[in-house]
Design a protein around this ligand. Structure first.
Ligand code: NOJ
Length: 763
């Protein structure tokens, strides 16, 4: 704190001196404590030249040598030059107090108006200390824990000078081939909306001006998760009903929760690249939903409209994006190069420039950057907060809550703590980098606790480790990619030998952390490389196997489900991976996670999701009839359904009651009794689904409309009440109006989307 004040005094002094040169930035900083943010924005706007306004709409990626000598030519030199002229409003990927201070000082002290930069960064699941990847956190269904995780991530990132994260990703994803399913909350709109809101509240806190909270960004608006065939950046072609009922609601919920920024997306939607889509950005987001923060483009997405075949050239792309409502250009360089000319030619109305700049300035004022542009820049705080015990504790807590117990035959889990010979097999078991996932720009290599390290802390057993096979064989030239080992089985024999001598075999198999994420789509969903063969080879000598999965997406693991007695879904759990997995395997923590995304039996079923629509021919009408909606070679059902997850205890659902006596207000109360019928304390996610049996626009066969995470002691029973209001009972029609239609509804309650109890009511 002291340091910040010191800087502030020095800066104030510098400001007075530099005003004599060309700095008039007192207006930005000292424009009266009493006037409202809106007044401050318009006063500042009135002082800005067109070039300075456009500068606020320009975001540059970091300069690698920002604290070193200034380059004399090339892109870097241009960026410095623009920064000095006030032609840069934001930077991303500048991190650490020293680096951020260097660029912020230029913006505040050397430009004419001294408008501070807003510093963005992909704080996706942590900054330097990583919590589980977002799909894993979502598997906790624990909104408080997810909020806390985002809060902790914000605290660590803010200590490194960051004031804006490009998260949460609230894209709904139904296609496991798409690499970015790891970054979202899965396939369900209701759950995804709740989780998105929890993350936003965590990042932004109650007060954006504290140096512990950062602005959030709902991305990618819109339909990025619906890339055809799961291939990243691919075309999306979406009908009105899906757009309104599946894709938009998490974004709308984000807006209502006060998210301060949106990011548009790379994909085209129904023939229009989202970045140049006026319908999405102006008509829906800014007009209909009244969003008053700003929209940032995705990386280079303005210039990508040329490749899309939508813009003739860079100038045309800038025109289309600005007119469509993309307020800030991330790394296309096109606004800064083209917008002034476009305004002067009358192709972009100055009212759009003023609107965009006002939005950006508004968020900067809200963050308190004008009161103290160095408020995030405190080296003492940086040292104290980054990697602190508090942050590691929170990451561990979240990691345990994210684990899903998929199968546990004969209670092979939890493992005994003493007297066991355990064989630990799999390259991922000792990997200290893969658990960090692919969104880990600020995390150092090899900083995760491996499963091997985690298990070793329980010293009552003998643990013998054998790699079995490498998952990846080194990195490609692009450091963030891995080459999968599809041939080398030379270490199988050693693993087989170790397995033969063991009481229990723990195998950690799955995807490397760099196999999911942006640009990392797959056509197959099985265990990559030679791992399936390894699993089968070990099974031949010891059937007592606990399979711990590492993955950023649903996998097809039919063979494992048929043969392996225990399967634990451990995703990529971040820095504390090994500790979390060990606590679950040994029963110090009773797992309660539930899948936020369906696991298919076969990649050919994808996209597969629980809330599908019925067809006119949903079920087999007779033994010899072929003409019904099915496959010849695979079942329609998934391997693991949405919402599935076991516990070391068991639960019983009973006494489902529906009270629609308030149906005049279209509110229905559902209650159900949940009993812990096992021998351990445990938590269960009670899930409520409905079906609107017939409607003017068809509704899914089942839709999640409520859930509660309930903790119970053995033999304890609790009555859980869940309310269905108009928000849950209605839907959007094809004109985009939200309507609630009277009629028949079915209600389903249980511990997964294959629910246990059902009843119905009339509205
Ligand atoms: C591209 C990604 O799509 C987006 O989500 C991310 O925030 C930006 N790059 C910035 O890194």
């Amino acid at each position: 704190m002291k340091l910040t004040k010191y800087y502030y005094l020095v800066i104030a002094g510098l400001l007075i001196i530099s005003c004599k040169n060309n700095n008039e930035n007192d207006l930005a900083i000292n424009d009266g404590e009493t006037s409202s943010i809106e007044d401050k924005v318009s006063v500042l706007l009135s002082k800005m030249t067109l070039e300075e306004k456009i500068g606020q709409m320009n975001q540059y990626n970091g300069f690698w040598d920002v604290t070193g000598p200034v380059p004399e030519n090339g892109d870097q030199a241009k960026k410095y030059d623009h920064l000095r002229k006030g032609y840069v409003g934001s930077m991303l990927n500048v991190r650490g107090v020293k680096e951020v201070m260097a660029v912020q000082k230029i913006a505040v002290e050397e430009t004419r108006l001294g408008i501070p930069l807003i510093i963005g960064f992909d704080v996706i699941h942590g900054y330097e200390t990583l919590s589980p990847i977002p799909i894993a956190e979502s598997a906790s269904w624990d909104l408080e824990a997810i909020k806390k995780s985002a809060q902790i991530a914000a605290k660590e990132a803010a200590a490194a000078g960051i004031n804006w994260t490009f998260a949460p990703m609230v894209d709904i994803s139904r296609d496991a081939r798409w690499g970015r399913v790891m970054e979202g909350a899965g396939e369900d709109t209701y759950l995804g909306s709740k989780i998105g809101v929890a993350r936003i509240k965590g990042f932004q806190g109650d007060d954006l001006t504290t140096p512990f909270s950062i602005a959030a960004c709902a991305k990618h608006f819109a339909a990025y998760g619906f890339a055809e065939a799961g291939r990243d950046y691919n075309t999306a072609d979406i009908g009105t009903s899906t757009l309104n009922n599946v894709i938009f609601p998490p974004f709308k919920a984000a807006k209502e929760a006060g998210v301060r920024t949106f990011m548009n997306s790379f994909n085209e939607l129904n023939g229009i690249p989202a970045t140049g889509d006026k319908y999405l950005q102006r008509d829906i987001l800014k007009e209909k939903w009244k969003f008053d923060g700003f929209v940032v483009s995705d990386w280079g997405s303005i210039s990508e409209m040329i490749a899309h075949g939508f813009a003739k050239d860079g100038k045309h792309a800038a025109e289309l994006a600005a007119n469509a409502g993309s307020d800030m250009d991330m790394e296309s360089y096109l606004y800064v190069e083209e917008l002034a000319g476009l305004v002067n030619e009358g192709k972009v109305d100055i009212k759009y420039i003023d609107d965009a700049v006002s939005r950006i300035l508004r968020v900067k004022f809200e963050l308190g950057l004008f009161d103290d542009p160095y408020r995030y820049l405190d080296e003492a705080r940086e040292k104290e907060v980054i990697g602190s015990q508090e942050i590691h504790d929170a990451a561990l807590d979240m990691a345990k809550k994210s684990i899903v117990l998929l199968k546990n035959e004969n209670n092979i889990l939890p493992l005994k703590k003493d007297g066991q010979k355990i064989a630990l097999i799999g390259a991922l078991a000792s990997d200290k980098t893969s658990p960090l996932g692919s969104w880990r720009i600020a995390a150092k290599d090899s900083t995760a606790v491996s499963v091997l390290e985690g298990l070793k802390q329980y010293s009552g057993n003998t643990i013998t480790y054998a790699k079995g096979a490498d998952v990846s064989i080194g990195k490609t030239e692009f450091a963030f990619e891995v080459k999968i080992n599809t041939t080398d089985k030379s270490e199988f024999n050693q693993a087989i030998k170790v397995a033969k001598q063991a009481d229990v075999v723990v195998m950690v198999l799955g995807e490397h952390g760099f196999q999911s994420g942006e640009g990392r789509s797959r056509t197959e969903l099985g265990l990559p490389g030679v791992q399936q063969e390894l699993l089968e080879a070990i099974y031949k000598v010891n059937k007592n196997i606990v399979l711990v999965l590492n993955n950023g997406r649903p996998l097809t693991i039919n063979w494992a489900d048929d043969n392996i007695p225990a399967i634990v879904e451990a995703w990529q759990l971040g820095t504390q991976t090994g500790n979390a997995v060990a606590q679950v395997l040994y029963g110090d923590y009773n797992p309660s996670g539930k899948l936020p995304m369906t696991f298919p039996r076969h990649v050919g079923q994808v996209p597969i999701y629980y809330n599908y629509k019925s067809t006119g021919r949903p079920t087999l009408p007779g033994e010899d009839v072929v003409f019904w909606s099915h496959y010849q070679d695979e079942e329609n059902t998934p391997l693991y359904t949405f919402g599935h997850g076991l516990s070391y205890t068991t639960f019983k659902y009973s006494n489902l009651k529906i009270d629609n006596t308030f149906s005049k207000n279209k509110t229905v109360k559902i209650s159900v009794d949940l009993t812990n019928t096992g021998k351990r304390q445990g938590k269960e996610v009670v899930q409520l689904y409905i079906r609107d049996v017939f409607a003017s626009v068809t509704r899914p066969v089942k839709e999640l409309k409520g859930f509660e995470l309930v903790a119970l002691n053995p033999n304890e029973t609790k009555t859980i009440e869940l309310i269905l209001s108009e928000d849950e009972l209605g839907f959007y029609n094809n004109q985009g109006a939200f309507i609630v239609e009277d009629g028949d509804f079915e209600v389903f309650v249980g511990g997964s989307s294959q629910t246990e109890l059902a009843d119905k009511f009339k509205l």
